[in-house]
Design a binder for this molecule. Structure first.
Ligand code: ADP
Length: 193
């Protein structure tokens, strides 16, 4: 019954670590970015709307994102725990998530903050652009995504720090090393898989 958030700048390695942590804790990894990309690929109405924001490096509007997450957290597999990757990213989303959890009489166990310096994340994102061809991995859009993260999402770290939920982990190094660091930090808080 572990409920985790994963926060970090674009390129910090959230997606990669989310999959590993979800396996270890046997909980679903829920990535709003992945859900949006899936919808873009299938050309759904949600996908068309999301794409118009994603292609510019802007956030999809809160009401759309909140509805999506509320729906996803209501599904059976998320009732016994989850790892949210890339949500919440705005103050409004934090409030909405609080209300979703209150409705289910549950609460978060920890917020994992994955850190990486800006040069490194830009390098990783440009590399990913070459390897995966993600439409939002061009240099201009990457710059905008980093800006939006600093403006809207970085301040949320304080909100969760005040609730004493934040576990900060260095995201630099080999994937398995970073996973081990996260597991150790969570274990130090009594959260074991
Ligand atoms: P990254 O963290 O590398 O930017 P993601 O896959 O997490 O990549 O997100 C890609 C894009 O999807 C974001 O730039 C944004 O447009 C949209 N998105 C993902 N999560 C959210 C969210 N919680 N709120 C608004 N938009 C989101």
């Amino acid at each position: 019954m572990t409920r985790l958030l994963l926060i970090g700048a674009p390129g910090a390695g959230k997606g990669t670590q989310a999959v590993k942590l979800a396996e270890t804790f046997e909980i679903p990894a829920i990535s709003t970015g992945d859900i949006f990309r899936h919808n873009v690929k299938n050309e759904t109405e949600l996908g068309k709307l999301a794409k118009s924001y994603m292609d510019r490096g802007e956030y999809v509007p809160d009401n759309v994102t909140n509805d999506l997450v509320r729906d996803r957290l209501g599904q059976d597999d998320a009732k016994l725990g989850f790892l949210l990757d890339g949500y919440p990213r705005t103050a409004d989303q934090v409030e909405e998530l609080d209300s979703m959890l209150a409705d289910q009489n549950t609460a978060l166990d920890a917020v994992v903050l994955l850190t990486a310096d800006t040069d490194e994340v830009v390098r990783r994102l440009l590399n990913r652009a070459i390897e995966q061809g993600r439409a939002d991995d061009t240099e201009d859009v990457i710059r905008r995504r980093l800006e939006v993260y600093e403006e809207q999402t970085a301040p949320l770290i304080d909100v969760y720090a005040q609730r004493n939920l934040v576990v900060t982990v260095d995201g630099l190094g080999a994937v398995d090393e970073v996973t081990a660091r996260i597991l150790e930090a969570l274990s130090a808080r009594g959260l074991n898989s």
